[in-house]
Design a protein. Structure first.
Length: 375
């Protein structure tokens, strides 16, 4: 059968539901409801929006309710979540599926959301992020067992699904904690209100370090440098490059010490710790490092955790934000505890990271087994 044989047309969420519109709506001081988008799941969210909110274009938001399925159309495209008796809002990265009145004894919505999820994930298109168009959904055919069989299978699998959902709550909890600025109580300090420029310096990026330029240098057989651009993911963005000149200047390189990559554009002010290695960067990032003559012992992992909000404070609010390196170094002062106490904060972060990795590995294993059983 095809989608529109049994379902109504999908109601997409609101366009122009920007962060600015969401934050502005909270000032209305009335009832807040969850806001979902192209998420992997739509069971918990830290994004709430006023019921009287308007989009950036001045359109009142649509409030969804009743029995149906939220489907992600962008980002984690194809992921579906069954909903019943809940009010919520959607941005345009998600839509809401409802049954035709004539199909109540043909499709069990909860079964459909659970067992047809992989079908839609597999037909989504990857172009940076997964996308799924309404035309794709409407044109594809799928098979369903009888309504009675759907209900029987769903009942048998519900306990397993509940365990998976409980597991994901732990993962979500770890993610939320890792997003926050972690703190501990310090007793001994090396210095207080220390200008950060006294102990930290930076390397700016290489202008003109494009993918095309890197490709031209690939044939040079020398020990290469990892090319970094963004601190948002633990991966290289553009590959590796040997020592060379760029725009008639020597390539700026960073090696022999630990560093802290700070995004200059996009998710400006976000950081990524760099263990000792051989790196270079384009002009979308900076690398911070401890000065050789610093009178203070500083672990850059601690600096990124303890002063996370200060890094983000010097980011512009535009869609393609820019990190104000000059302002950060001119204005920021830090309190520096003993290195052992810095390590205490790092250990909290690493423990949460280990928990998250363990939970995620277990969730992936259970989900894989679940999908095999379903097939």
């Amino acid at each position: 059968m095809k989608f529109l044989d049994v379902f109504n047309e999908i109601d997409k969420g609101n366009y122009a539901l920007t962060d600015e519109a969401v934050y502005s709506s909270i000032q209305n001081n009335d009832r807040l409801i969850p806001l979902y988008g192209g998420n992997k799941n739509h069971t918990s969210t830290d994004r709430m929006i006023s019921v009287s909110a308007k989009t950036k274009k001045g359109t009142s938001i649509r409030i969804f309710s009743g029995e149906g399925i939220i489907i992600s159309l962008d980002g984690s495209a194809g992921n579906m979540t069954y909903k019943r008796d809940e009010e919520f809002a959607l941005n345009h990265h998600a839509g809401f599926i409802t049954l035709r009145d004539s199909s109540t004894n043909i499709v069990n919505l909860e079964y459909f959301a659970l067992f047809l999820q992989n079908f839609y994930k597999n037909i989504s298109v990857s172009d940076g992020s997964k996308t799924l168009s309404l035309e794709q959904i409407y044109s594809e055919e799928f098979e369903l067992p009888s309504y009675e069989t759907q209900c029987t299978i769903l009942s048998a699998w519900k306990k397993t699904k509940e365990k998976i959902d409980s597991l994901m709550k732990y993962v979500d909890c770890c993610n939320e904690l890792l997003k926050k600025q972690l703190t501990v109580d310090y007793n001994n300090y090396q210095g207080k209100a220390v200008p950060i420029s006294r102990c930290i310096d930076y390397m700016s990026g290489n202008s003109g370090l494009t993918e095309e330029f890197i490709y031209q240098k690939l044939q040079v057989n020398t020990d290469p440098y990892i090319v970094l651009s963004s601190s948002t993911e633990d991966r290289t963005l553009m590959g590796k490059i040997p020592m060379c000149t760029i725009n008639d200047k020597p390539l700026k390189v960073f090696e022999g010490k630990n560093g802290l990559l700070v995004s200059r554009n996009g998710k400006a002010g976000t950081t990524r710790y760099l263990p000792s290695g051989k790196y270079t960067i384009n002009d979308h990032a900076y690398i911070l490092y401890v000065k050789d003559d610093s009178p203070y012992d500083i672990d850059l992992r601690w600096l990124a955790l303890q002063y996370k909000s200060e890094f983000l404070q010097y980011s512009s609010n535009s869609d393609n934000g820019t990190w104000n390196m000059t302002g950060f170094f001119k204005q920021t002062k830090i309190d520096i505890p003993d290195i052992e106490e810095q390590n205490a904060l790092i250990e909290i972060y690493e423990r949460l990271t280990r928990f998250k990795k363990a939970f995620s590995t277990l969730d992936k294993a259970v989900s894989t087994l679940f999908e095999k059983q379903v097939s």
